[in-house]
Ligand binder design. Structure first.
Ligand SMILES: NC(=O)c1ccc[n+]([C@@H]2O[C@H](COP(=O)([O-])OP(=O)(O)OC[C@H]3O[C@@H](n4cnc5c(N)ncnc54)[C@H](O)[C@@H]3O)[C@@H](O)[C@H]2O)c1
Ligand SMILES: [Zn+2]
Length: 359
């Protein structure tokens, strides 16, 4: 099977390598000289995949100073766990020319990236995403950080990894529900991008069966698209905002459910709501298309046990961090491949479409 490689065109550029059965030692050696390394993983992924990564790194000439496993789950994206990981690195003899290898989903990537950005004012960082969401989304674009009790992702930074390597074989152990959550972001990118990325969405069902070629195609299309948007607008001053398609209401749903609702499922319902709004505002009816795609990915079209009012108040808190004014800012679709962003939406209209996706 062909391996894919995308160069993220920022300066300095960095590569994202995707494939099944990657020669990781070769891939990593091509990007950086072996020095001291530490592996960060979580309690699900670590036992499954860290031992072979450690062996690979040692065979490639690295001294692996420590393998740190944090408890799986969003609660570990905290200042307390950040402090523990940094302390472990300090005690392990990590040096300034060392590298942190983040082996895991978006949680490990975000936390590990923030540790790497700040430990000794910055050490090397390699992202080894093991969830579909991390492969297509969180490991592309350099956003790293932590949650505070006051809100998600409130502390963070931008960090360019030295290399991102996504071994599709890691997805074999990813639970089906998590795979579907990653597909929500894949569908989002296809709808935003149009063209071949959109056409590739006909392989979603094969991807759910973990067909490596279908997974490779969907992952590569999503990465290509996100990398291009990020290169145009790395610090999210403008067009990068389109990546928030489905996320205005999606974030509100997550917060209203006290984060017991997986991100991908919230985004799925959020995109259905955005499709309704797009139909009302822009006259393009993409609702059926959204529903078919999301259903084929095993995603919910509505969420239950969430109060509409709570969603709206969470969206208001989110909004205060972004912009003044009484309207919510939405990304809508004029058509497949034609997103518009910064569309002001009033409270009544927002309430109506939230009501349609809350059961
Ligand atoms: N930085 C960004 O731009 C960005 C973008 C989107 C999301 N995020 C962040 O990413 C996080 C969500 O990422 P996620 O969905 O990957 O969550 P996650 O890292 O919590 O992983 C989800 C679950 O899957 C498990 N898992 C991951 N890979 C596995 C594998 N190969 N085999 C078995 N189990 C595996 C994990 O242990 C966890 O239980 C959130 O914190 C979110 O804020 C960041
Ligand atoms: Zn998302």
């Amino acid at each position: 099977m062909a391996f894919g490689r995308v160069e993220v065109p920022v300066s300095p550029p960095y590569p994202i390598v995707v494939g099944a059965g990657l020669d990781l030692a070769k891939v990593l050696s091509g990007a950086l000289k072996p020095t001291v390394g530490a592996i960060l993983s979580d309690s699900n992924v670590g036992p499954l995949h860290a031992p072979s990564l450690k062996r690979t790194l040692e065979e490639a000439g690295w001294r692996v100073a420590d393998v740190v496993e944090i408890p799986a789950g969003e609660r570990s994206k905290s200042l307390a766990v950040y402090g523990e990981v940094a302390g472990r690195l300090a005690r392990s003899g990590m040096t300034r020319d060392g590298t942190l290898f983040a082996l895991g989903g978006g949680l490990v990537g975000d936390l590990g990236g923030f540790v790497a950005a700040t430990f000794m004012r910055g050490i090397g960082f390699v992202a080894l995403p093991t969830s579909l969401l991390a492969m297509v989304d969180s490991s592309v674009g350099g956003k790293v950080g932590l949650d505070l009790p006051e809100g998600k992702n409130l502390v963070g930074s931008f960090l360019r990894p030295r290399i991102v390597a996504a071994e599709l074989g890691w997805l074999e152990t990813l639970p089906a529900r998590e795979l579907s959550c990653g597909l929500a972001e894949v569908i989002k990118m296809g709808l935003l991008s149009g063209g071949d990325s959109f056409a590739a969405l006909d392989r979603i069902e094969a991807a759910r069966e973990r067909d490596p070629e279908a997974l490779r195609s969907l992952v590569m299309h999503s990465i290509h698209f996100k990398a291009q948007i990020v290169a145009e607008d790395e610090l999210e001053k403008g067009r990068r905002a389109i990546l928030n398609y489905g996320h205005t209401i999606g974030h509100g749903l997550e917060a209203a459910a006290d984060y017991s609702l997986p991100h991908g499922e919230a985004i799925s319902a959020g995109m259905v709501a955005a499709a309704r709004l797009s139909r009302e505002r822009l006259g393009t009816d993409l609702l059926g298309l959204h529903e078919d795609l999301l259903r084929s990915a095993g995603l919910p079209l509505i969420v239950s046990n969430v109060e509409v009012e709570k969603v709206l108040s969470a969206m208001s808190r989110d909004k205060k961090r972004r912009a003044a004014g009484s309207d919510y800012s939405f990304v809508l679709l004029e058509d497949v491949g034609k997103p518009v962003w910064g569309v002001p939406v009033g409270e009544e209209e927002a309430l109506r479409v939230i009501g349609a996706v809350v059961g």
